[in-house]
Design a protein around this ligand. Structure first.
Ligand code: FMN
Ligand code: SF4
Length: 607
């Protein structure tokens, strides 16, 4: 037996040779050699009793898993628009030149690979990089030189100065969530003794039902983007028949410009786990998962430590808080670089050890989720808010915010402002207020809720952050007058083309075409024809995409063409028709291959 196979055996054993843990096993297996050689895939397939093609198919799906030699040091430069604005490409170029590298190719000696990656959730302290999965923020030329030297001297990453990995929380405005200071167990105890809440008497109400009523009364809506009622979701899951119920926390936070969950997970893990446990109590779940995005690898062991502490304190495991009916525990799964896995059904597929391809819906996760069992999926911030509601009641919560948007929203503010970071406001805050608070000046545009959200211009800064006006999963990206909004939109089209999972043709082909069109306009080769194509593609993507990624991919273009049309037009070679590509022909062929009608037979997306 080779050393490698002994290590692989022990990794697989630690995960009980469970095929649903395939992604976790592959991730750990990759740490042995920095990539996944064919022999490793074959060995794991044997150990888990899976077809080798399945193992390779899963490994090939995730961008942080490497099927080719990737270098002892894998250095990925975050390529969010705010990283671009902070000069990430010049730093990448400097890094590559210093080490005689070609971007995207491992060096001949197998030492280094340098490339870009989608936003790593450090927009408040970019440009950021990942080194072998570990986040290094605030890159400068000096820090690049320091890293080049560490690589030249072949210093193991675990021996690099800890200062390089220091991540700031940057909380600038707190309200009920960021200002909370719950004792561990406080919300769970309130949930299991409902008389303490809302001034009710508990005589006729069982604990879970009263807690559910409080969540429903609170009017809490999901903070992950879709804004679905949390109370209705929990109720549907509670009612759904199944052998097991599950709770899943969506900590994938892949939307460029969003980083509030990173801070909640860093500082408020107890509040989050408390919310998940309250959800388990209400829905009857005994097992929970935290799906943590791979870019937040640095949070894995601190979060594991919190879970250990909570188990020791009787806040996880059997008879939580001494309650005989409450047994629940949480397992953390790490993602591996796939934005689409934030979509809840793709996330569940990924949790099951599969490629993160969104499922057909209905059925929805509340009835057929993890292993086809009833599953509640909520965002990190939603669970944090739910814990507060369990303690302080639904009435208290719904009195904060606006009539249709209860509670507060934590915003991730980045871009052209003096104080990027986290700002928590009651719903209804005006965009202009946020701009003032974060020290933004001469602002030209704000991108609300990331590339899939809305871009507004300075005439709209009186609009409000609320489900009834500007809903947001959290991102608030500021662009001042010096920025070229066309380039912002172009960066977003590259993001969608890169992150499309390729499952459905309209999105796979459409996002690539959009990217090519934007690149063509960027090169000064576009015409009115290209703008028309964008509108046609947007109709196709919106109506025929299988999930929200495809259906929102055109948003940044439509918004910016509407509000910043001159930035497009001054790049156009002519306003005359100039076909560069037969779109209909391409799509017809693709539709025929995929056996899909033009109108699309897919259910709508969730945002
Ligand atoms: C492409 C795509 C990416 C998504 N990414 C996230 C994410 O990173 N985090 C998140 O909470 N929800 C994300 N969502 C929304 C989830 O599908 C789901 O609605 C959410 O996790 C439900 O939780 P909530 O009700 O608490 O918002 C994404 C949706 C789509 C279509
Ligand atoms: S819309 Fe895009 S991301 Fe969603 S399933 Fe289709 S190809 Fe995948």
């Amino acid at each position: 037996m080779t050393q490698n196979s002994i290590e692989l055996d022990s990794i697989a054993d630690r995960w009980a040779r469970d095929p649903t843990a395939l992604l976790q096993i592959l991730r750990e297996a990759q740490e042995i050699e920095g990539w996944l050689p064919p022999s490793t895939l074959s060995h794991l397939a044997r150990l888990l009793g899976l077809p080798r093609a399945r193992v390779e198919g899963v490994a090939g799906f995730y961008s942080f898993l490497h099927l080719e030699r990737a270098g002892r040091y894998r250095v990925l430069f975050s390529d969010s628009i705010t990283d671009r604005m902070a000069g990430n490409l010049a730093l990448l170029d400097h890094f590559c030149k210093s080490l005689w590298l070609e971007q995207g190719k491992a060096s001949g000696d197998g030492l280094v690979l340098a490339d870009t990656t989608s936003c790593t959730g450090m927009c408040d302290q970019g440009p950021a990089i990942l080194v072998n999965g570990w986040a290094v923020p605030r890159m400068t030329r000096d820090r690049i030189d320091q890293i080049v030297e560490l690589i030249r001297t072949r210093t193991p990453v675990e021996d690099w100065p800890s200062e390089l990995f220091r991540i700031e929380d940057n909380i600038h405005r707190s309200d009920i969530v960021l200002g909370s200071s719950l004792e561990p167990g406080e919300a769970i105890r309130a949930a299991i003794t409902p008389a303490l809440r809302d001034g009710q008497t508990a005589a006729s109400d069982s604990g879970p039902r009263a807690t559910l009523e409080a969540i429903k009364r609170s009017n809490l809506c999901g903070r992950g983007g879709a804004g679905f009622s949390t109370g209705f979701k929990w109720e549907a899951c509670r009612r759904a028949p199944g052998e097991m119920h599950y709770v899943v926390c969506n900590a994938d936070e892949g939307e460029p410009g969003t980083f509030k969950d990173r801070v909640l997970l860093t500082r408020y893990a107890d509040l989050l786990f408390e919310g998940m446990t309250v959800c388990a109590y209400v829905t009857g779940a005994r097992k929970g998962f935290l799906y943590l995005r791979g870019e937040y690898r640095h949070l894995l062991s601190p979060l594991e430590d919190v879970l250990v502490r909570r188990r020791a304190a009787g806040l996880l495991g059997e008879q939580i808080c001494g309650h005989p009916g409450l047994g629940f525990d949480i397992e953390i799964h790490l993602g591996a670089g796939a934005y689409v896995c934030g979509e809840e059904s793709a996330l569940i597929e990924s949790l099951e050890g599969k490629r993160g391809v969104p499922r057909n819906r209905p059925p929805y996760p509340v009835t057929h989720g993890y292993l086809q069992q009833p599953t509640t999926v909520n965002n990190v911030e939603t669970f944090c808010a739910a814990a507060l509601i369990a303690l302080r009641g639904g009435e208290w919560y719904r009195n904060i915010g606006t009539a249709r948007s209860a509670g507060t929203k934590v915003l991730s503010v980045s871009g052209d402002c003096a104080r990027p970071g986290l700002y928590e406001y009651p719903f209804g805050v005006a965009v202009g207020q946020v701009l003032e608070d974060c020290g933004a000046q001469r602002t030209q545009a704000v991108q609300i809720s990331g590339p899939s959200g809305t871009c507004i211009d300075s005439t709209e800064f009186g609009r409000r952050i609320a489900f009834e006006d500007l809903p947001t999963a959290g991102a608030f990206m500021v662009f001042d007058e010096t920025r070229d909004i066309f380039e912002v939109a172009r960066n977003f089209t590259h993001f969608f083309a890169h992150e499309s999972c390729g499952f459905c043709t309209p999105c796979r082909v459409g996002t690539t075409l959009l990217r090519n069109i934007m690149d063509k306009i960027h090169r000064g080769k576009g015409s009115q024809h290209e703008l028309n194509q964008i509108f046609r593609l947007s109709r196709l993507l919106e109506s025929a995409s299988h999930c929200g990624l495809g259906s929102t991919a055109c948003n940044p273009l439509l918004d910016t063409i509407k509000r910043f049309r001159p930035t497009y037009e001054r790049r156009l070679e002519s306003l005359e028709f100039e076909p560069a590509f037969d779109l209909d022909g391409a799509l017809d062929r693709a539709r025929t291959i995929a056996g899909r009608a033009e109108s699309g037979e897919h259910p709508g997306a969730d945002r």
